[in-house]
Structure formats: structure tokens, C-alpha cells
Unconditional design. Structure first.
Length: 366
């Protein structure tokens, strides 16, 4: 009976990953930047104690291959301990204080900025990011060529050679692969708020974050899932290397654990049935691998069965991660086998803790 259940889990998990690989391939790349810019953008950047990171982001924005009169930047200060002084820049930058009215600082920050934006197209990104020179130009050209109201984009890490950084990159590649793959099979449920664009009118049509403002995170995925449920044809993924946003990996395991707990804590509130099902299946797949490995050490499972389990899971996971990593970065994958052995323990721990525990984020507890 246990063997049959295990086979069902392996088959279901591998089928889901295979579907995501198929979806990833199905989403076409878009690198066209030949059209004259027409779109005005308001870039919203919530921040809290980011004096070290914000100058890097603003510097990357100053190098954009886009007319400065066509975009503005709105920095929303979420109770930073020190006031951030904006340097002299060629484009318009506004700094406003976050007006808190919910349990989610970031959603409040976006809502605060919405009151003063001067364009219909909104882009959110994070203070610890840097953008590609053609970031806005690619978005603009895509908007001109497609009937779209919401666009999700890719995010990757700027890694050093440490195991911790490469572990995060492989984990992020799997998440980005699942994101792109889900769009490719018309089951979009996930995106990243560090590279997320939508029109103000569409945001209002969806009633913004209404209904999930009690959850601390999820300014991106809940809005996306609302949009997909109502007007899926207006929600696209922009698969372009010109559009990838670069962010910083974390430098200690505790911070990484809490960050992933924050990400996992919103899964149970997903509107997307596919998203919930995939999250549960990934959890069961990783937990099953741990139990099978323990059974091997206790002499309760045959080595060949354990090897086949690992081989099937590792092969399909690697294909998805490899394809995504090649799209995201020129950095070669490192520590793949070691990360694959560690990840089920890390992922399962994150999932279980997210159900019961508290986490820290920007000096606050949730």
C-alpha cells in the first residue's frame, strides 16, 4: 500500500513539473525595442531603512534607455529610522511617507503612492534591486504591441560564489520557472513584486488589495490571481532578458528562512486552486523524499527504490531549473546536487513553520 502511494506521489509530482517545463517553453521570448516610446510609467518603490541600497537602484534608473519625461519614481518611506536624502537626478523623484491602514506595510505603501501617480501604468520594484537599461523600453514596446493591462516580469540574484548564494539562485530559478511555466499552460498564479506592472485603472477595477490586506505579504500574487480570475486575457508574462530585474541575495540562513516563510505563509490564502494544489504537491513531494531517505537508513526501504525516486525528481527539477537559470543569468549553476539533497529539508521546514510560527521582516514581527 505504501509503495502504491509513493508511486502516485512520484507520478503526480513529475507530471506537474513536466507541465511547467512545457509551459516554460511555450511562453515566447520578446526582445523587440524598435518602437518609439509612448508609454508613461510611475515606478513605485516602498522602502524601509534602505539607505545603502536605494542609491544603487536610482543609479540604474538614471541609465535607462528611456525619455526621462516619460517616467517618474515614487519612493514610499515605511517608517525608516533615518530620512533618505534623494540625490540630484534628471528624472522626477517624489518621497512620501507610508500611510498605514492594514496589516500589510507594502500594500499600504502602494496604496499611498496610488494617490499621487501621474500616469496610468504602474510598476512596482524593490529598493534592493537594479534594473536593465532597456527595462522600460521593452515594457513600452510590449504594451504597444499587445492588448494588456498587467505584466509580470523576471527577477534574478546577483550572486557571489558562496553556497548560500547559489542555493538561493537555484531556489529562485525553480520559483521563476514555475511562474513562467504556469503562464504557459494558462494557469498563472504567481509573480514577483520586484518586477510587476499594471494600469491604475485595472488596479481600481480589481478593487486593489481589498480582501487580502490582513495578510502581511502578497501584494503581487493576490492581485495577479484576482486579475487572472476576472480577465485572464489581459494578464501576460514578459519573457525578456531586457526586462530582468537584478536583486540581492540574503547573506545568512536565518534571514533566508524567514523570507521563504513569508513567501510560503500566503499560499493557503491563494485564490488559485492550481496554485494551492501545486504548493501542496511540492510539499508532499519533498516530505516524501525525506521519509524515503529515513526509511533507507532504518533498513525499511530498498536502495534501488530510493535511487529511482531521487533520479526522477532530480532529473525533472534540474531540467526546469536549468532552462530557467539559462534565461535568468549567464552564471553557471553550482552546488546542484548538494542543493537538491538539502532543499527538501529546507522547504519542508519552511512550509511547516509557516503554518504555526512567526517571522521577522524589516525589523517587524508577523
Amino acid at each position: 500500500m505504501i509503495t502504491i502511494i509513493l508511486h502516485i506521489i512520484i507520478f503526480s509530482y513529475c507530471s506537474a513539473i513536466f507541465a511547467l517545463i512545457y509551459g516554460f517553453i511555450k511562453v515566447n521570448t520578446f526582445e523587440y525595442i524598435g518602437l518609439t516610446p509612448k508609454t508613461n510609467f510611475s515606478i513605485i518603490i516602498p522602502f524601509r531603512n534602505e539607505a545603502e541600497n536605494l542609491p544603487v537602484l536610482l543609479e540604474s534608473l538614471s541609465k535607462l534607455n528611456y525619455p526621462v519625461e516619460f517616467f517618474e519614481v515614487i519612493l514610499v518611506d515605511d517608517e525608516s529610522e533615518e530620512k533618505f536624502i534623494v540625490p540630484s537626478l534628471k528624472f522626477k523623484v517624489s518621497v512620501v511617507n507610508n500611510v498605514r491602514f492594514s496589516n500589510s506595510p507594502k500594500k499600504d505603501a502602494i496604496g499611498t503612492a496610488m494617490q499621487i501617480v501621474n500616469s496610468d501604468w504602474i510598476i512596482t520594484t524593490d529598493a534592493d534591486c537594479a534594473v536593465n537599461t532597456n527595462w522600460l523600453l521593452t515594457l513600452d514596446n510590449y504594451i504597444q504591441l499587445n492588448d494588456v493591462a498587467m505584466i509580470a516580469g523576471a527577477v534574478t540574484y546577483d550572486c557571489n560564489n558562496s553556497f548560500l548564494h547559489h542555493f538561493q539562485q537555484l531556489d529562485l530559478a525553480s520559483l521563476q520557472g514555475a511562474t513562467i511555466g504556469s503562464f504557459g499552460i494558462d494557469k498563472a498564479f504567481m509573480c514577483n513584486g520586484a518586477n510587476f506592472a499594471y494600469t491604475k485603472s485595472f488596479f481600481k477595477k480589481l478593487n486593489g488589495f481589498e480582501g487580502n490586506d490582513k495578510i502581511a505579504s502578497g501584494d503581487d500574487v493576490f492581485l495577479l490571481q484576482k486579475a487572472v480570475a476576472k480577465v485572464p486575457e489581459k494578464v501576460h508574462y514578459l519573457k525578456s532578458q531586457n526586462n530582468i530585474v537584478l536583486t540581492k541575495p540574503l547573506n545568512d540562513w536565518k534571514s533566508l528562512f524567514y523570507q521563504r516563510v513569508r513567501w510560503a505563509s500566503k499560499t493557503s490564502s491563494y485564490q488559485s486552486t492550481f496554485g494551492k494544489g501545486l504548493g501542496l504537491l511540492v510539499f508532499i513531494g519533498n516530505l516524501s523524499w525525506i521519509l524515503v531517505l529515513c526509511s533507507l537508513f532504518l533498513g525499511l526501504a530498498a536502495f534501488q527504490n530510493v535511487f529511482l525516486f531521487f533520479a526522477f525528481k532530480f532529473t525533472l527539477d534540474t531540467i526546469l531549473i536549468y532552462k530557467t537559470n539559462c534565461f535568468l543569468t549567464k552564471t553557471k549553476m553550482q552546488y546542484l546536487i548538494l542543493s537538491s539533497l538539502l532543499y527538501p529539508f529546507f522547504s519542508t521546514g519552511v512550509a511547516l513553520y509557516s503554518l504555526l510560527g512567526k517571522y521577522e521582516w524589516k525589523g517587524r514581527k508577523f
